[in-house]
Design a protein around this ligand. Structure first.
Ligand code: BTN
Length: 320
């Protein structure tokens, strides 16, 4: 869809509300459009995951709030290049495709992703305007094998940026899921560009659930949470905070490695001190979670002692 079409749709979205119905007639009048044009735009928005109730005689109502990035404010807040889209296949894919032209700290944000990707080949549901989908590019002299801890750093950065906006109830699940009230709030996907002897190109993608429409939520195969009900969280501010936090934390990581983050991580680790199972198909290990080590591995204590692992999926083990 062209930017012109999106400009119209954004005007219509600005007229719609999550709390009350707005009549198609009122929107048409306000925007000097025909009723039919309003209808068509609203129908088309369904394909982008925007859930709009339509009731004869009452009009339209958003099933879940939408919040859009204010591009001009974001550009003022961010001192790096920012590529902002209404729709894209995947912000990570965009950054990987343009890696050779990018500088460390450049970001890409989209209101909708048609092929949002998650870890382990999963899809990341990316309905228009409901959440934050972004990727930051980074270049470093560190070699890929030194980067294992970076995904944990990003988890710490997201938690700090959200705490800076007074969000309470956050936690981390190794290696890099951010939880809110015990359910997944945000996911992180780090991908590397073409390796060279002198530099590693890194794309750090993250998705944060802000206002999940139920229809989309039903497509997710694990318990999720979102920021709805946490009043006053503005998407543009959130993005700017995260960008600053990531840059500060990456500079620290490049200079000092993971050591300065261990305490931050362990303070937020949801599983520390708890009985867990780490599945590394076909094997698994069960023990007590002891947090992370200097390389970013998860330390599990069993009768044989403490051992750090660098792969696998951790889950809480029921003690009953
Ligand atoms: C996970 O599975 O937990 C990781 C999800 C990462 C999703 C984000 S959304 C922005 C960026 N672009 C993508 O295609 N994926 C990441």
């Amino acid at each position: 869809m062209t930017n012109e079409h999106w400009a119209r749709k954004r005007q219509i979205l600005a007229q719609l509300s999550h709390d009350k119905f707005v009549s198609g007639e009122a929107i048409a009048q306000q925007l000097q459009l025909s009723r039919m044009a309003v209808n068509q735009h609203i129908d088309a928005m369904g394909e982008y995951g925007i859930d709009i109730f339509s009731v004869k005689g009452k009009g339209y109502q958003l099933a879940a709030p939408i919040s859009l990035i204010e591009e001009s404010l974001l550009l003022k807040a961010i001192d790096k290049r920012c590529f902002y889209f209404n729709e894209i296949d995947s912000t990570n894919e965009f950054m990987l495709n343009h890696a050779s032209e990018l500088s460390a700290g450049d970001i890409c944000i989209s209101e909708y992703q048609s092929k949002g990707r998650g870890r382990r080949g999963r899809t990341w549901q990316s309905p228009y305007g409901h959440h934050l989908y972004a990727s930051m590019f980074w270049r470093t002299h560190l070699q890929p094998q030194a980067l294992m801890g970076l995904s944990l750093v990003v988890g710490c950065s997201l938690v700090s940026a959200l705490q800076g906006l007074k969000v309470e109830g956050l936690g981390l699940k190794w290696p890099n899921d951010v939880y809110l009230d015990g359910r997944k709030l945000a996911g992180i996907l780090i991908e590397l560009g073409q390796p060279s002897d002198s530099q590693t190109q890194i794309v750090v993608g993250f998705g944060i659930n802000m206002n999940m429409p139920l229809e989309q939520g039903n497509l997710i195969d694990q318990p999720w949470s979102d920021l709805s009900g946490r009043s006053g969280i503005d998407k543009t501010d959130l993005m700017a905070n995260i960008h600053q936090q990531l840059q500060d934390d990456f500079a620290t990581f490049e200079a000092k490695g993971l050591t300065p983050f261990i305490e931050r991580w362990n303070n937020a680790d949801l599983f520390i001190g708890k009985p867990v199972t780490l599945s590394m198909a076909p094997n698994e290990v069960s023990g007590i979670c002891q947090g992370i080590d200097e390389q970013g591995g998860i330390v599990i204590s069993t009768e044989a002692g403490n051992k750090a692992y660098i792969g696998g999926e951790i889950s809480l083990r029921s003690t009953t």
